[in-house]
Design a protein around this ligand. Structure first.
Ligand code: T1G
Length: 711
């Protein structure tokens, strides 16, 4: 804990708890003790609360959630600051988030560096601000603005914070932070400005009709869009109290709502997602290997994936050379990159200058020799092993020693690709998801011979691209596509056994997915899966049940949105398809051919099968070491496959349901379909031990990253 410093008549209290000055119990105690001491110090005429390590505070210590509360609580700390008898100034730099901003709101004045960001992101953790934020923020910036900031959980730039009244002054980025804070505090003293308690503000109450309308509008919006979330409603309840109750009563209501959220499954799921993403982003078992320096990136292939990856690399500030087979293909690739940037400019999300800068870092070539000096090359060519092998033999010939040779393959064997080169240690899989410039997930596929430095380089690249990396081992489909194939099969079995695709999609949407599996198939295009199934037909296990419904639709050219007809009909609205009786007739005919007498499925039965298949295959993927831990499976399904974030991912969901229940379901389903429903040995073993997937996360994380601090 940094010692507080005194500057003549100003006591400076420093928030210091690396890395983000989380307001853990020790720091909360320190703030109160420092305020008590300053209160008794006759020389002290004002208090300046500042951060350290270029950050004010990221809020309450999330690692303390779920543990018995320890005094002093954050509301007590904020109350102590607000009731301080002399002016208290909050000096903000970096971020002031959650409880960090709530402490600043309880101060009497707030000043911030121009680059700082302020926010109450508790909603992203399934919570509401629990340190007075729902009571003080509306008093400072009004009901409507407070609803926007707290329900969105967004980070408000300091300039906007000034304009909405969240801070009193924007500081000078060229001057020392602390000196400016001291100067402001001196001004407060010399101008005779007194204590200014946020809780006493009343001007926000002026326009009651507008406030009531804002609250109702927020409720309507949350009812429509907060799919499955619990805390947004509670945020509105607490903010409403600022209109109808005295401050102390409002604080009681906030506390009550906060505790309800703290006990909600959504909070458990969202907090798990927060930590799991950070754990998964830590490079595994690389024994301090350092990443190679990357400046020049080569991309082979200017199709959909190649264009998306090129944009991602240009956005990351790299020089990019794109190689295509001829000038026309190259021109097409470049034009598609420009089209994305022009669209972002039209939406006001990119300025013209940025586009020019980024495009200036893109060069094209139709000859592999252009790749001779790249630091990393990634290919996004046709998904066929022979094509990939031939290409990697070329890359091995032309690329400089030390260049990383990466494949964007979504399921092919990286070991087989590496084997055709003289440098298998430099070969790695970087599986981007389409559209690659938007999707966060990046499966980093490690071959048997991939060296630690190249693994470290993959994770460092992901960080530079602001992607969510997850380490994956080599198997057909790696982590995500492999699990997708299994739960999609479970859905197909239910469809053939009696559930309609529309019923299955609806059940999956009600669980919290944005779309169901058949809507996704229509969006992606059924022809892609059809081509894969046809290529695997010769080697398919004849004992395994095969559902022909998808093939029957594809044989008619019904590929989905791209042909205005798939599982759904897309007449008027390309995005929202209509149920199609012809599809149902085809399904009935396929059932007849298969000798199946259709039965009904409830929504609950559909979800139990769909999720049990997902969890069981996730356990197999962990068991085989394709995923390091269950949390890595969660991050893949959350970041790349639409799994509802408030449920934390399939493995977290299974822990919350209870693994014995999941296993019991699988054993029940196995009576009908023993070949498909084979309980994962890992799942069986955990149930026998009375353990859960989280216990695996803890043991695995502590094993491979001793600094890991998972709660
Ligand atoms: N508590 C504990 N640890 C935290 C933390 C927090 N609030 N925020 C970050 N960390 C850890 C994180 O796990 C990682 O640890 C390291 O810090 C770096 O984080 C009562 C109840 C601040 C924008 O939701 O948004 O206040 O992996 O990798 O990309 O109303 O962290 O190194 O071991 O994300 O530079 C509300 C959450 C809390 C902010 C920095 N506050 N944090 O991003 O680094 S609830 C939040 C962030 C609350 C009160 C309520 C980001 C960041 P490790 P990082 P970054």
């Amino acid at each position: 804990m940094s010692a507080d410093i005194k500057d003549e008549s100003i006591t400076v209290i420093t928030l210091s708890n690396p890395p983000v000055n989380a307001l853990g119990q020790t720091l909360r105690r320190h703030i109160i003790d420092s305020l008590d001491k300053a209160e008794k110090d006759p020389a002290c005429q004002a208090v300046l609360i500042c951060g350290s390590n270029h950050i004010f505070s990221a809020g309450a210590d999330i690692k303390e959630f779920g543990l018995p509360p320890k005094a002093p609580s954050l509301p007590e700390v904020c109350q102590r600051a607000e009731s301080f008898s002399k002016p208290v100034v909050a000096l903000i730099e970096g971020v002031a988030l959650g409880g960090g901003l709530e402490l600043a709101l309880a101060a009497h004045y707030r000043i911030a560096m121009p680059a700082s960001k302020l926010g109450l992101p508790e909603v992203h953790l399934g919570l509401i601000p629990g340190g007075g934020g729902t009571q003080r923020m509306p008093r400072l910036i009004g009901i409507s603005a407070a609803l926007d900031v707290i329900l969105s959980g967004r980070h408000v730039p300091a300039s906007e914070a000034l304009s909405i009244g969240l801070i009193d002054r924007l500081l000078d980025s060229d001057k020392d932070v602390l000196s400016q804070g001291i100067t402001f505090a001196r001004e407060i003293i010399h101008s005779g400005s007194k204590v200014r308690k946020t809780c006493d503000e009343t001007k926000y109450q002026a326009d009651k009709p507008a406030n009531k309308a804002a609250l109702q509008q927020a409720r309507d919006s949350v009812a429509r869009s907060a799919r499955g979330l619990f805390s947004p409603e509670k945020i509105i309840d607490a903010i409403q109290a600022t209109l109808e109750k005295p401050f102390a009563e409002g604080m009681r209501i906030e506390r009550e709502c906060f505790i309800q959220c703290l006990n909600s499954p959504q909070h458990k799921g969202l907090t798990h997602a927060f930590f799991a993403e950070r754990e998964a982003a830590k490079p595994p078992q690389i024994h301090n290997a350092q990443p190679r320096d990357l400046k020049q990136i080569g991309i082979v292939g200017g199709g959909t994936m190649g264009v998306g990856i090129a944009i991602s690399m240009l956005d990351g500030g790299f020089n990019v050379v794109m190689v295509e087979r001829d000038e026309q293909a190259l021109a097409r690739g470049r034009a598609n990159i420009e089209k994305v940037y022009d669209m972002l400019i039209a939406k006001g999300r990119l300025n013209g200058g940025d586009k020019i800068t980024r495009m200036a870092h893109l060069t094209g070539a139709t000859d592999y020799s252009a790749l001779a000096q790249v630091d990393l090359v990634i290919e996004a060519v046709f998904e066929e092993i022979a094509v990939k092998k031939a290409l990697f033999a070329e890359l091995d010939r032309v690329c400089k020693p030390g260049a990383v040779l990466a494949s964007n393959t979504s399921y092919l064997n990286i070991n087989q690709i590496a084997a055709v080169t003289s440098r298998p240690g430099d070969v790695i899989g970087l599986h981007f998801f389409s559209p690659a410039n938007i999707m966060k997930l990046l499966e980093i596929v490690i071959g048997e011979k991939t060296c630690d430095e190249v693994v470290a380089t993959g994770f460092a690249l992901a960080k530079r691209l602001k992607k969510q990396p997850v380490r994956a081992g080599v198997c057909d489909g790696f982590i995500g596509n492999r699990i997708l194939g299994v739960y999609r099969t479970a859905a197909d079995y239910m469809m053939e056994d009696g559930a309609s695709p529309y019923q299955i999609d609806q059940a999956v949407r009600h669980f919290g997915y944005p779309m169901g599996p058949y809507q996704v198939s229509d969006l992606a295009g059924g022809d892609i899966g059809w081509a894969t199934r046809k290529s695997h037909a010769a080697t398919r296990d004849p004992k395994r049940r095969y559902v022909r419904i998808a093939d029957a639709l594809c044989e008619r050219g019904w590929f989905g949105q791209k042909t205005s007809h798939g599982y759904y009909l897309y007449n008027q609205d390309k995005r929202k398809g209509e149920e199609d009786p012809d599809v149902l007739a085809i399904i009935s005919e396929e059932r007849r051919k298969a000798g199946i007498k259709p039965r009904t499925f409830s929504e609950e039965q559909i979800l139990r099968r769909y999720l049990a298949a997902m969890v069981n295959e996730g356990a197999n993927v962990v068991q085989e070491g394709i995923a390091n831990r269950p949390l890595d499976v969660d991050v893949v399904l959350l970041s790349g496959y639409g799994f509802p974030r408030f449920r934390g991912g399939p493995m977290k969901y299974a822990d919350l349901v209870g693994l014995p229940k999941i296993l019991a379901d699988i054993n029940e389903f196995a009576k009908e379909e023993p070949l498909f429903w084979q309980p994962s040995p890992l799942l069986v073993s955990l149930v026998e031990k009375g353990a859960d997937f989280e216990s695996l996360n803890r043991s695995a994380s502590s094993a491979h990253s001793p600094t890991s601090k998972r709660s």
